[in-house]
Ligand binder design. Structure first.
Ligand code: HEM
Length: 525
């Protein structure tokens, strides 16, 4: 009606303007696609070739994605024939192949994202140092892939936001706050031990220890974050697990231009689960705030949620936490703080189950240091053998097999000019198994190599990354691992079940494909 009242010349003018706007929009979209998917990759490829860095030829749009997935699915299609720790060829077969052809420093393409594989540990140290911490970080693909899951939490943050977030959350995992977690780590482990005893008494002495460890670390992190509301925290944890797998499915095609706009059957479910997570979190946050407002408590608490809520009250220039960010941060810690820890415990139990002499030695140390009491904060620093075993487990089976860093500005690393837009991939698993670094027995379980402290601190040992952006939960994770392992060792002896199938796989983290069934024998009445 309105258009008709304008008359023909005015209508033509409007149509022309719309046409022009559409053309401009189309040209801009075309330019972005050509620049992102052709010109920038080509520029980076040429620049790296000039410096002697080559790699497999990329195909248009898919890059080397098809080749690497084919190699990985072939290598992991069968179980390993024995419990052998030589797993680099199985999990990173593309790295093994391409490093043989192009040298240890090569470039490959994840879709149209160029990735520089780097194993030179001096360069890695420089990249992870404070010099480049704000000039490198998470790539668009990484951020987009986890947007609906952990959003803008510290793990996915970059630049000055990351700096602010990191300094806010770190105190929850340091010094006295860290020591304060010992009590409930012991309580949660004791509950798990009771459950295991019950299972044995009911006639079943075989358990899948991976599942138990996942449940235990989820319990522990829920208490760390939400203190007394931890039952609700556990519900959130279960929903997040679902959200993680839904978002992983939904982001499979993100590397395709416009992939994020593809309709996906997962989005409605993602929205529903995310809504439920946020509803539960709002309830926890609401009751915490009410407690302070009606004077029941004088502060929001010393747990992670309390620290975040106190931070959200501060108003200043620049970055500040709002409700959504508080929730993203809580989700981030549930995600980052339980799966990796559960895997460390699971792999260590597997290694001790197949190495009875180390199991006995570790148990003797625990008995000597802790007696018949549960470990205390003071005991932990005296459990040296256990520490060596944990380090060796993290060396052979690092939960995070690769460290990615996107470079946001042109930088210089050693002799290499690294252009903006290049993602650097550090294959931690390959570095941890390198014979040139660790000697001929690099693929053997030999905790003795960590007897001298210097080895644990070397730049070749990167289970928690290094530099200012290393794992903020590192001390928490090692404390938790020592407590859980010490308590399990003093309550049970264990052997690997004949049903165990050695089939490590890498799905975001390094895990046993079929879990780790072990046979438990109680040691105490
Ligand atoms: C054995 C257990 C763990 C391992 C092997 C591990 C490993 C790592 C690694 C390698 C990174 C660096 C990732 C990267 O930059 O690409 C990291 C970051 C992080 N980890 Fe852990 N982690 C463990 C346990 C934990 C725990 C228990 C928590 C929390 C309580 C935690 C929270 C985080 C967070 C929030 C980050 C991001 C830090 C930042 O970007 O500043 N992690 N972790």
């Amino acid at each position: 009606m309105f258009l008709l009242s304008l008359g023909v010349p005015s209508m033509l003018l409007i149509l022309k303007i719309c046409g022009l706007a559409f053309l401009l929009f189309f040209l801009r979209a075309a330019w972005v696609i050509i620049s992102c998917y052709y010109l920038t990759p080509r520029r980076i490829r040429r620049l790296m070739a000039k410096q002697g860095v080559y790699g497999p030829k990329p195909r248009f749009l898919v890059g080397n994605l098809k080749d690497s997935s084919a190699l990985v699915s072939q290598a992991t299609s069968r179980d390993m024939e024995s419990i052998d720790h030589d797993i680099v060829g199985r999990l990173l077969p593309h790295y093994v192949l391409w490093s043989k052809i192009y040298g240890k420093r090569f470039i490959y393409w994840y879709g149209s994202e160029p990735r520089l594989c780097l194993t030179d540990t001096d360069m890695i140290k420089e990249l992870l140092s404070s010099k480049y911490v704000q000039l490198s970080g998470r790539s668009w693909l990484q951020k987009q892939g986890s947007k609906h899951f952990i959003g803008h939490g510290v793990l996915m943050a970059n630049g000055s936001n990351w700096y602010h977030q990191r300094h806010t959350v770190a105190p929850a995992f340091m010094g006295d706050a860290l020591k304060g977690h010992v009590g409930y780590m012991v309580d949660c482990t004791m509950q798990m031990i009771k459950l295991l005893r019950g299972t044995i008494q009911s006639g079943n002495d075989e358990v899948e220890i991976g599942e138990c460890m996942t449940q235990l670390t989820a319990d522990i992190i829920s208490r760390t974050e939400f203190a007394s509301s931890y039952e609700k925290g556990k519900k959130i944890f279960k929903l997040l697990d679902k959200l993680q797998s839904l978002t992983a499915q939904a982001s499979r095609y993100l590397w395709i231009p416009g992939g994020r706009f593809f309709p996906s059957k997962y989005y409605s479910e993602i929205k529903e689960v995310r809504g439920e997570v946020e509803r539960l979190m709002t309830e926890i946050i609401g009751s915490r705030k009410d407690g302070v407002e009606i004077g029941r408590s004088s502060s929001y608490g010393k747990d992670l949620l309390g620290i975040l809520l106190a931070e959200a009250q501060k108003k200043g220039d620049g970055f500040s936490y709002n409700l959504e960010m508080v929730m993203d941060e809580c989700k981030t810690f549930i995600f980052a703080g339980h799966e990796t820890s559960a895997l460390l415990l699971t792999w260590t139990m597997m290694l001790l189950a197949v190495n009875p002499s180390w199991q006995d030695k570790a148990r003797a140390e625990v008995d000597q240091v802790c007696g018949d009491k549960p470990p205390s904060a003071d005991h932990l620093s005296k459990l040296n053998l256990l520490n060596m075993i944990i380090n060796e487990s993290l060396r052979l089976y690092p939960p995070a097999t690769v460290l990615p860093r996107m470079v946001f500005e042109d930088i210089k690393l050693g002799d290499l000019h690294v252009p903006k837009g290049l993602s650097i991939w550090i294959p931690v698993l390959a570095i941890h198994h390198d014979r040139e670094i660790w000697g001929k027995d690099a693929n053997d379980f030999n905790p003795e190599r960590f007897a001298s402290r210097s080895f644990a601190l070397t730049r070749n040992f990167l289970p928690f990354a290094s530099g200012p952006r290393n794992c903020v939960g590192q001390a928490f994770a090692t404390m938790e691992a020592k407590i859980v392992l010490a308590m399990l060792l003093s309550h049970f002896s264990f052997t690997i079940s004949k049903n165990y199938r050695h089939a490590p796989i890498n799905v975001l983290t390094l895990r046993p494909k079929y879990g780790v069934p072990i046979k438990l024998k109680p040691l105490r009445p």
